[in-house]
Design a protein around this ligand. Structure first.
Ligand code: CP
Ligand code: NVA
Length: 307
């Protein structure tokens, strides 16, 4: 495997191995052990969109593994002035050992991967966010104690409340690998792409698409949401606020889920829109562990792809 562009670049065995390794790396890091297999290596981050978690966790992870990172935003590089993706990909391949790309169309990251000779990691596109979903599944495995028997993942009901966006797409692919039921509630017109859904179903995903919010949340083990307007959709903000009314994880909805249900949100969150403040700051919320696990899972990804 050269690149990580979508969850479907992984097999079930790859996903389980990455999560196991991430949990080991997390423990070793917390014990204060130094482990520097990427000494002398360089990771380049090319970002066309804003980021806090993805940027800092990749840069910190690379540093912890003994390597270095270079951050390039489209605002201050030739990428933003229209240098072709394939040219940038070839040039960066001569300097670095891996690249993380955060951009708009998924075809951009595919083109980058095609023309680069170094591993290309998708740090979020309009269609997919694989590193986030790996951290999310890791958090479920960790907090529900499933690391000895990943089969337990297949018994869970995961629900998605909100937009059928990049996050939802990567969750759909994860359902095919992990076997959990994924129940998705989206307003009409915002359901996930039909082609992606049927492809995932063919690969074994257990999906309930566009059910009502209450049906999705009922008896759920994991409740998930994301912003109503993603990066690049700012002009649709007002319209989406109307369309997504009721598609919120709040105390009442949480009460329909299992008592120990875990609430996940990739962050950044808009309290009072897709999730209420009491829920995100409440006892069922795992969002801070989820955010921290970006670091550990990405260290496992970097170790796999760059060594
Ligand atoms: N969840 C996530 O990708 O966060 P950032 O946009 O801050 O990187
Ligand atoms: N769906 C959101 C996720 C942010 C991490 C976006 O693309 O903006």
């Amino acid at each position: 495997m050269k690149d990580l562009l979508t969850i479907f670049d992984l097999t079930k065995a790859d996903l389980e191995a990455l999560i196991k390794r991430a949990l080991e790396l997390k423990q070793a890091y917390k014990r204060g052990e130094r482990y520097t297999p990427l000494s002398g290596k360089t990771l380049v981050l090319i970002f066309d969109k804003a980021s806090t978690r993805t940027r800092v966790s990749f840069e910190a992870g690379m540093n912890q593994l003994g390597g270095a990172s270079v951050f390039l935003s489209s605002a201050d590089s030739q990428v933003g002035r229209g240098e072709p993706v394939k040219d940038t990909a070839r040039v960066i391949s001569g300097y670095a050992d891996g690249v993380v790309v955060r951009t708009f169309g998924h075809e951009i990251v595919e083109e980058f991967a095609k023309f680069s000779t170094i591993p290309t990691i998708n740090g979020l596109t309009d269609e997919h966010h694989p590193c986030q979903i790996l951290a999310d599944v890791m958090t479920i495995v960790e907090k529900k104690g499933l690391q000895e028997n990943f089969a337990g993942l297949g018994e869970l009901k995961v629900s998605w409340i909100g937009d059928g966006n990049n996050m939802a797409n990567s969750w759909i692919e994860a359902s095919a690998l992990c076997g959990f039921e994924l129940s998705i509630a989206c307003p009409s017109g915002y359901c996930p792409d039909k082609g992606l859904v049927s492809f995932a179903k063919e690969r074994g995903a257990n999906l309930k698409i566009c059910v009502g919010v209450e049906e999705a949340a009922g008896n759920a083990d994991v409740l998930n949401t994301d912003v109503w307007a993603s990066m690049g959709q700012e002009s649709e903000d007002a319209e989406r606020r109307k369309d997504f009314e009721g598609f919120q994880i709040n105390k009442e909805l949480l009460e329909l889920a299992k008592p120990d249900a875990m609430v996940l949100h990739c962050l950044p969150a808009h309290r009072g829109e897709e999730i209420t403040g009491d829920v995100i700051d409440g006892k069922n919320s795992a969002v801070w562990d989820q955010a921290e696990n970006r670091l550990h899972i990405q260290k496992a990804i970097l170790e796999k792809l760059l060594t």
